[in-house]
Design a protein around this ligand. Sequence first.
Ligand code: PLP
Length: 433
Amino acid sequence: MNSLKPLGRALDEAARAVLPGGVNSATRYVGEPYSLVAADGAYVTDADGARYLDYHAAFGAILLGHNAPVVREAVIRSLDGVDLVGLGTTPVEVELAELVCELIPSAEMMITTLSGSEATAQAVRLARAVTGRPLIVKFQGCYHGWSDAVARNVISPQGRAYARDPLSAGLLDEAVDSTLIAEFNDLDSVATLFEAHAERIAAVILEPIPHNVGALLPTQEFVEGLRTMTAEHGALLVFDEVITGFRHALGGYQEVCGVRPDLTAFGKAMANGFPVAGLAGRRDLMTRFSKDVLLAGTFNGHPVAAHAAIATMTYLRDHPDFYQRTHRLGARMREGLGQITAELDIPATVSGFGGVFVLYFTPGPVSGYRDLMRNDHTAYAAFHRRMTERGFLMLPMALKRNHVSGAHTDDDIDRTLEAAAEVLKEMRADGLV
Ligand code: PLP
């Protein structure tokens, strides 16, 4: 989009001179450069003045809408209080931890971090410390951040899926190879690993809904089976609710499915765009952070982000209709996309949960990553480009999800569906689907 417009192009060129690849996070540049300069409610504006209805939502960090007044005001007020002291604790840190323990069903204690990657890295280290075991099980397609232990096997190409697929150069081989890969919604694949590595698996970590490949919906049998299996084998169950947390329900997906993990990582939406994340869980496990498991971080519990988190979470707690609304809008979007693709006879599957939706260009059903390997990425790229041209911003990578925030309206959903119908018709006519 912006690649053709003068101000966007200029900003992109300036960025490339001083930022590797022109961005601060690799997935911010996929396909086309984006140069966004303003954000408000459900909209973002690019350097050349074009406005986009935003379903990208900063990879899911925006939940109430961009610049939500309730969060803004809390942040501005926080600047009058203590800034960062780095000694003892401040009232806002205690308040945040109390709120998390009140809202997340399995949380008895918490630590704060600045990012989801730090939260999952701490989960892995804690799991190894309490079990005295080296191995971690993760699922093909799930993403848990950039630390060595988990940075493998997300959107793997044919040939590398389920095999060795590190996300980066420079990872320690021993760390990569200490993480084993299973198939989502397939308990047997996990049982096989427990059999092969008896008493060596410290934890099973999963996104309860793997939103890093769109939305694979877990069966109840699967999540309950993981709970039982990990307990039987003396391993921890870690829910990575960095995306599902606060987005699908105040208590995360564990509130929805009724399964209590031992540890939960969360972040993204909890402060509506401000940088804070955390790890919560059983008291007997978490207290190891006050003994022999290192808890450190200059900016941990930073007051500005902590105030933003408290404001976001308090707003959600005091407005339970928030979830009814975003879930209803999400359902309208999914139903609408389903109808359009069915009427046009396009081999597609619509998935999602709550306010999250994804359009896969493959026939269903879709239960694990294996099913997603049939997805037509080229068709998605065309869909994405044509929706962007019409002013609808979605995630640029095939297999990623989109988010309805508290700022989206019924009218936004109607307009999006109208545009999607036009785009898909055009793609049909152009032989792209
Ligand atoms: N876990 C999940 C499920 C995520 O989606 C992400 C980021 O996208 C992370 C962990 C890492 O979080 P962060 O990017 O804040 O480090």
